[in-house]
Design a protein around this ligand. Sequence first.
Ligand code: UDX
Length: 433
Amino acid sequence: MIGTGYVGLVSGACFADFGHTVVCVDKDPSKIERLNRGEIPIFEPGLDQLVADNVKAGRLSFTVDGSDAIRDAEIVFIAVGTPTRRGDGHADLSYVYAAAEEIAGLIQDFTVVVTKSTVPVGTGDEVEAIMRRANPDAQFAVVSNPEFLREGAAIEDFKRPDRVVIGVEDERAKAVMAELYRPLSLNEFPVVYTQRRTSELIKYAGNAFLAMKITFINEIADLCEKVGADVQQVAKGIGLDGRIGSKFLNPGPGYGGSCFPKDTIALVRTAQQYGAPIRLIETTVEVNDARKLAMAEKIRTAMAGAGGDIAGKTVGVLGLTFKPNTDDMRDSPSLAIIPALQAMGATVRAFDPEGMKEARHMLAGTTFVNGPYDAADGADALVILTEWDQFRALDLTRIAGTMSRPLLIDLRNVYRAGEVVADGMEYVGIGKP
Ligand code: UDX
């Protein structure tokens, strides 16, 4: 497994847990040192135990020098990063290609090389060409096997997936992949075999669809506010239609994270490049970007009336990560909303259960505090940005007593207006009358 980021580390640990022998390789020596000491570089529920158990059982190990492991492997996964390339929004594939070249120089017997990183259509062809050039005699097949796991629920998603997608055109490689995923197919989780390019596109189409679904409900929420309707009931009312489905219809401050923002832009670029622009996703990207700033305006309006002034006021913020149960700050809405509030002259006191270590480097001028009550202390508004469980049952009466103005702005609809008001606070949610 080349790359010990989110996907590499979780996949490696889960494959080991299936009983396979897995060596995780990463160029970053400090990361490997930490992993060998049993320290997990990311916060993901259950991952520390899973890694510890499988290391102890001798099925999982970590190294900076992957040569021996790659030489002996039946399957080599490429799970390195594919960040957005500066300037043009395409996925940066340099790490993928470097890995392909390295693998080509090492393998001896027939080896299945799998791209697990999210890679644009045609990357498998390019990986194959690079490997062929680097080692014309090598025996290998390149397979696409995208990963659909969600942060915070990664192990569950890996072990109980809605489906596994395998893009493979070589029969020998298909048999190897079937053996690898046998524990899942035994449990009757569907394994979909397709052509490689189709598999590569499935990943992008899936993420783009989900991003569009969230963006749709966010815009419906805005309309609900204008017409006096309740978005949660609209979501329920449409979600019960099996063709629509009830998941991913929670309005919020806009999607963030390591996948949706990057993958939607990359799909837009690919589609434009091939002359088949996907305007729905182009718009989704635009609407989601604009939404983050609109949320700062919503906070300003709630605090000071339309166009009002919040200079010198204090905003308490609960939640900084892009979603709960992760310490990941990548493309989190907080990174746009907090600086916008600060630009309006507000002071921000923020708390997040796991994200503050990273947020400290990203949100200059913010005061980081030790808990939700601390964030509310003396503030003119308390804003929920991320729906961590520990924010769901706050003592609102206590909070109301310490705030300069007891105003709760709930951008995740965690609370019900009536209950909040009964506890002595004003309430503003998303998409509610
Ligand atoms: C996503 C995909 O779900 C996963 O299949 C893929 O492999 C990687 O990208 P992840 O980024 O971990 O996973 O988080 P996810 O739970 O999908 O949430 C993404 C963003 O959408 C978050 O910012 C979340 O707050 C937001 N979201 C999600 C909403 O605003 N409303 C919803 O109803 C669902």
